[in-house]
Design a protein around this ligand. Structure first.
Ligand SMILES: Nc1ncnc2c1ncn2[C@@H]1O[C@H](COP(=O)(O)OP(=O)(O)OP(=O)(O)O)[C@@H](O)[C@H]1O
Ligand SMILES: [Mg+2]
Length: 510
């Protein structure tokens, strides 16, 4: 048992590093616990505070979609309201047992074991419940184990970015959780661990991921550099039936052609001088899992032809080999190139292009994701960097936030991430404009800041700026237009020069 428990915690720990969906995270947890404690069925309920109910979010309940249990009803309700662990050898004879559930499902509950899920501040989040021990009844040791495992699972969930979706909330940036604060919503929806994005642009992407991940379809990820293509590739893998197989990424730009071929397909012994043993390539290493071909737009014509074969027939040959080998892989690819133009110019095979683009996911640039997403990303990266470098960050000043929101982010999410990592290192508990490695002065910043707007029609404000930001950006732009002449700018703005000077200072535009 001790060993099993160790294994269970190990598997749970692994989940934190994966881009798995919220729904799958709780499902995996319930599966592991059922297995560990040799139960027939298990359920994880989360508290829906708004309705005063427990909602089943992961359950071995083939009969129904979702179960809602009022806090005043049933064993789960009892555990939620008292925080006790309940172990019933014969549940049906207990006054707390809620027959309505068995009546709805037609399932016959005999023994039952349930324990509370707490967050770090010991607020109740939900209940984990097991039905019908395969050994007849649950022992006291089982009860202790479940209580313990529930605590560890809760602690682990709290380390994922999914804690917001699952009811565990804590945040650095004021306002970044505005939506989540409104009402505890218990629709697990399209959220994925380690992937931030609730605005319309990212929600569309995540919905597609949810739909495409379970299939074996080839997916082409497109979008500017640093927009999260590799991240989404991992999400597609970890939410697919191949999740327990390998995820193997190959960057098609970094190596010369012959090396890439070798890297991809391996070689036979004696294929060339120095090849003194057979070597398996990445395609073989990905067997049973997912092969992610990054920067596919850079592949040479010879490799394009071999790749086409791999895509169409799932077959390949090692370098120097005659045997046609078969690969059990799912292929994902990414590019930031204009593949259509490459096809037009004859640099990219048209047949390969069509084969790849069956399912396309287009990553929106950061400037099109809206204010809410940007604030959540800031929160996410500051927290991660603080943890990584053992720093404490208590606050991000309004001016710093305005600056982050006003900048154009040509390097997209990666640039934002790097910028914040540096800020965390140089900050003293507080991130202010001076800790941000962004151009603070001169034309570059102003032009870039406005660059964020140029590809949107001026009346659409795709990045949803606040009034303060809009003001900051407009002032920055005007200052650029009038070569820093503040009196001229103040006149255009219809405000006094002193008011303008104050705003310039406030927004860090000096
Ligand atoms: N929505 C997101 N939420 C959290 N982190 C993100 C998000 N999008 C991107 N990132 C992070 O930003 C960085 C860049 O992302 P990623 O490497 O996936 O981009 P990419 O499109 O593959 O870039 P490139 O074109 O350079 O290969 C990574 O550290 C990734 O984890
Ligand atoms: Mg990448």
């Amino acid at each position: 048992m001790a060993d099993n428990r160790h294994l269970l915690l190990l598997s749970l720990g692994e989940l934190i590093t994966q881009e798995i969906s919220a729904a799958q995270l709780v499902e995996r947890i319930v599966d592991l616990v059922v297995k560990l404690l040799e139960a027939d069925r298990g359920t994880i309920y989360l508290l829906d505070e708004g309705h005063g109910e427990l909602v089943s979010v992961a359950a071995h309940l083939p009969e129904i979609d979702e179960l809602r249990v009022p806090l005043s009803e049933g064993v789960a309700g009892h555990v939620a309201s008292t925080g006790e662990v309940v172990n019933l050898p014969s549940a049906r004879h207990d006054a707390r047992f809620w027959e309505a559930i068995d009546q709805r499902t037609g399932y016959q509950t005999e023994s039952m074991l349930a324990a509370p899920l707490w967050d770090a501040r010991r607020r109740l989040i939900g209940v984990v419940q097991l039905l019908n021990s395969k050994r007849g009844r649950f022992s006291e040791a089982d009860a202790a184990t479940l209580a313990d495992v529930a605590e560890q699972a809760a602690a682990l969930i709290e380390q994922t970015t999914l804690r917001h979706e699952l009811g565990w909330a804590s945040t650095l940036v004021e306002g970044s959780e505005e939506l989540a604060d409104e009402a505890p919503q218990l629709v697990l929806g399209e959220s994925f661990n380690r992937i931030v994005g609730q605005g319309p642009a990212m929600r569309g992407v995540l919905r597609d991921v949810q739909r495409v991940a379970p299939t074996d379809a080839t997916v082409l990820l497109r979008g500017e550099s640093g927009t999260g293509k590799s991240l989404i590739a991992r999400a597609l893998h970890y939410n697919s039936p191949r999740r327990d197989g390998p995820f193997v990424a190959v960057d098609c730009t970094t190596l010369p052609e012959t090396l890439i071929e070798n890297e991809l397909f391996g070689h036979e012994k004696g294929a060339y001088t120095g090849a003194d043993a057979t070597k398996r390539g990445r395609v073989e290493l990905a067997d049973g899992g997912t092969l992610f071909l990054d920067e596919i737009g850079d592949l040479s014509p010879v490799l394009q032809a071999k790749l086409l074969n791999l895509l169409q027939e799932k077959t390949f040959r090692r370098v120097g080999g005659n045997d046609l080998l078969r690969a059990d892989i799912r292929i994902l690819a990414a590019t930031n190139r204009d593949l259509e133009a490459s096809v037009e110019e004859g640099h990219f095979r048209e047949d390969l292009y069509y084969r790849l683009r069956v399912v396309q996911i287009e990553m929106p640039p950061l400037r099109q994701r809206g204010r809410q997403d940007l604030m959540q990303l800031v929160d996410h990266f500051v927290e991660a960097a603080a943890k990584r470098h053992g720093r404490r960050v208590d606050r991000i000043t309004e001016e710093a936030m305005a600056m982050l929101l006003g900048y154009g982010w040509p390097g997209n999410v990666r640039e934002l991430e790097n910028c914040l990592e540096s800020a965390v290192i140089f900050s003293d508990g507080e991130i202010s404009p001076s800790t941000l490695p962004l151009p603070q002065q001169g034309r570059t910043r102003k032009i870039r800041a406005l660059g964020s707007q140029t590809d949107a029609p001026p009346d659409r404000f795709v990045d949803e700026p606040s009034l303060a930001e809009l003001e900051a950006r407009y002032i920055a732009w005007l200052l650029g237009e009038y070569d820093g002449n503040r009196s001229a700018c103040a006149r255009v703005l219809g405000i006094g020069r002193n008011t303008l000077l104050r705003k310039i200072r406030e927004y860090g535009l000096e």
